[in-house]
Design a protein around this ligand. Structure first.
Ligand code: GTP
Ligand code: MG
Length: 224
């Protein structure tokens, strides 16, 4: 009798598809990022604000995963982004094949910045490489200050952690220093930014980070 570790096989297949995506992004000098957070922590709001700020300077497109509805893609299009919805029909994360299929269907052409909004979930999306340059974790100030240590996988892997909805800080109990300390303990190299899509706090720093990383991707594509 042969025992097949199905999860291992699924992740191996995903790695192969992610490697193909990554090679494509590297060829075109595209910065691809994968946004992961619990439902409602502000991924789409951040992308709407990012699209408005970088419009005219950066060629952008997005794919967004949800278990049902096309609501987020509609919001992103209304903010001026070219966007394709992936409806996972219940699956709790995106995988690289879904992203590849959405890219093929959408025909975005070459872009400088490819934004992937994952299904709202702090656990499952962490295991699936989507060919991105780096993962971005979001944690809103309404979620409680214990989240990095309770869900360490994503905060350990994400190159950038955004603490979102900072405009609500005066109204909630949230120990900002404790959250920053947890993220740094899990990932000493992570960049941690405090931001608000509503009042614009931190968005200059966030967009500057993206533009720096886009320039680095372009330099690698032209030199390599
Ligand atoms: N006060 C405040 N509310 C925000 C901010 N960002 C998002 N919200 C609100 O939080 C709610 C959820 O925001 P979304 O952007 O839809 O969150 P999401 O992470 O994309 O949610 P899912 O796609 O369902 O996982 C909405 O009511 C937003 O208006 C913010 O910076 N400040
Ligand atoms: Mg969303």
């Amino acid at each position: 009798m042969t025992t097949i570790d199905a999860r291992q096989r699924i992740l191996q297949d995903n790695e192969a598809a992610a490697a193909r995506l990554r090679a494509r992004f590297e060829r075109t000098g595209t910065l691809a990022i994968n946004l992961i957070s619990s439902p409602g922590s502000g991924k789409t709001a951040l992308l709407e604000a990012t699209a408005r700020r970088l419009a005219g300077r950066v060629r952008m497109a997005a794919v967004v995963g949800d278990v049902a509805t096309e609501l987020d893609a509609e919001r992103l299009r209304a903010a001026g982004l070219r966007a394709e919805q992936i409806v996972t029909q219940g699956a709790c994360h995106l995988d690289a094949r879904m992203v590849d299929g959405a890219l093929a269907g959408a025909g975005f052409g070459e872009v400088d910045l490819f934004l992937i909004e994952n299904v709202g979930n702090l656990v499952c999306p962490t295991s699936y490489d989507l060919g991105e340059r780096f993962k971005v974790a979001l944690c809103s100030v309404t979620e409680g200050a214990d989240k990095p240590f309770k869900y360490p996988g994503i905060f350990a892997k994400a190159a950038v952690t955004l603490i979102t909805k900072s405009d609500l800080l005066p109204h909630v109990r949230f120990d900002l220093a404790a959250v920053e300390g947890q993220v740094r303990a899990l990932n000493p190299d992570a960049e941690v930014l405090l931001c608000s899509a509503h009042d614009g706090t931190g968005l200059d720093a966030w967009c500057a980070l993206l533009e720096r990383r886009i320039a680095a991707c372009k330099a690698c594509a032209t030199s390599g």
